[in-house]
Write a protein that binds this ligand. Structure first.
Ligand code: RIB
Ligand code: CA
Length: 313
């Protein structure tokens, strides 16, 4: 597969979702964004859909449809992360109150199904929020399964950030994640093990600012807020731009060390609900279903990001 993929970005913007969209839509990206679909996650789907429209306005992504998706997980109650992303889900940057871009009238799940079934090449789903929409699409029309090139998702890991065992995207809708991980669709998983290597600090924020175009300034403003909340909530030395790792992989896979492993999703445990059980040593004897990203070339990642921001000049 060349890097010239058609992608659908299912997301919950969210600062790091926004950075992933900026990277995917840049002039150095070989990717074609067929659609952006939104799902309840960082904040409720109404808010993050508004954010998606505003992000598209900001970066000039005029032709790509934005469609609103699930407003809650399959079974659980909604859970949000406003302590990380703020009340709007995109606190920090100053954006117009109302977007000019129109929201698609079709539900996100139907957009995913229609785009995948009607595409002349297999489509890659990039999922950077809870997997509710992706699971619903698979269940509603299984014909999409053989026509999906890969699901490239940010989620999970060998440790958690929402519980000790579970990462937020998986934890919010573990039942949906189980449907996706058991679907036989090839998965590339960017969990906390690797996304915590993509930590932005204030030097990186200032590098973005120095580029001097509006999109680079927007990215710097996103980081300014996101760094602070990650430092305060998790005690990290900056903000891990989790979701951008999915797009960096699609543009430059050599930035990552990858390992094929078996990953199963825990949906029953009192302390482990939402855990991605990553079989690093193959002890289950089960067939591998995931390309698991282990390590990141950090300098190369930030060089790619800076080049992408410069391309908006
Ligand atoms: O745990 C990090 C993930 O949860 C990221 O996708 C972030 O945007 C939030 O959705
Ligand atoms: Ca996200």
């Amino acid at each position: 597969m060349t890097n010239n993929r058609k992608i659908i970005m299912d997301c919950d913007p969210g600062h790091d979702d926004a950075l992933a969209i900026i990277l995917a839509a840049s002039k150095i990206s070989p990717l074609t964004i067929e659609a952006i679909t939104t799902v309840s996650g960082n904040v409720d789907v109404e808010k993050n859909t508004l954010n998606a429209l505003k992000i598209c306005d900001m970066i000039g992504l005029d032709e790509t449809p934005v469609a609103k998706g699930a407003d809650r997980p399959l079974f659980k109650e909604r859970e949000v992360a406003e302590e990380i992303h703020g009340e709007t889900g995109l606190d920090g940057p100053v954006l117009p109150e109302k977007p000019t871009k129109e929201l698609a009238e079709v539900h996100a799940v139907d957009v995913i199904i229609e785009k995948v079934l009607n595409s002349n090449q297999n489509v890659t789903l990039v999922a950077t929020g809870p997997l509710t929409n992706v699971a619903l699409a698979i269940r509603k029309d299984p014909r999409i399964v053989p026509k999906i090139e890969e699901i490239v998702l940010m989620g999970g890991g060998t440790f958690g950030n929402w519980t000790p065992a579970a990462e937020f995207n998986i934890y919010v809708d573990a039942e949906a994640a189980k449907i996706v991980f058991d679907s036989d669709i090839p998965i590339a998983m960017f969990g906390l093990d690797v996304t915590h290597q993509a930590i932005a600090n204030r030097d990186i924020m200032n590098d973005f600012k120095a580029i001097g175009n509006p999109v680079a300034q927007f990215a710097a403003d996103l980081l300014d807020f996101f760094l602070t909340t990650n430092e305060e909530v998790f005690g990290l030395e900056g903000g891990p731009v989790h979701d951008a790792c999915t797009i960096a992989y699609l543009i430059q896979p050599s930035l990552f060390d990858l390992k094929h492993v078996r990953v199963d999703i825990e949906t029953k445990g009192e302390f482990t609900y939402g855990m991605t059980s990553v079989d690093m040593l193959g002890v289950t004897g089960k067939q591998a279903n995931v390309t698991f990203a282990q390590n990141l070339n950090r300098d190369g990642f930030w060089e790619l990001f800076n080049d992408s921001l410069k391309s908006y000049g």
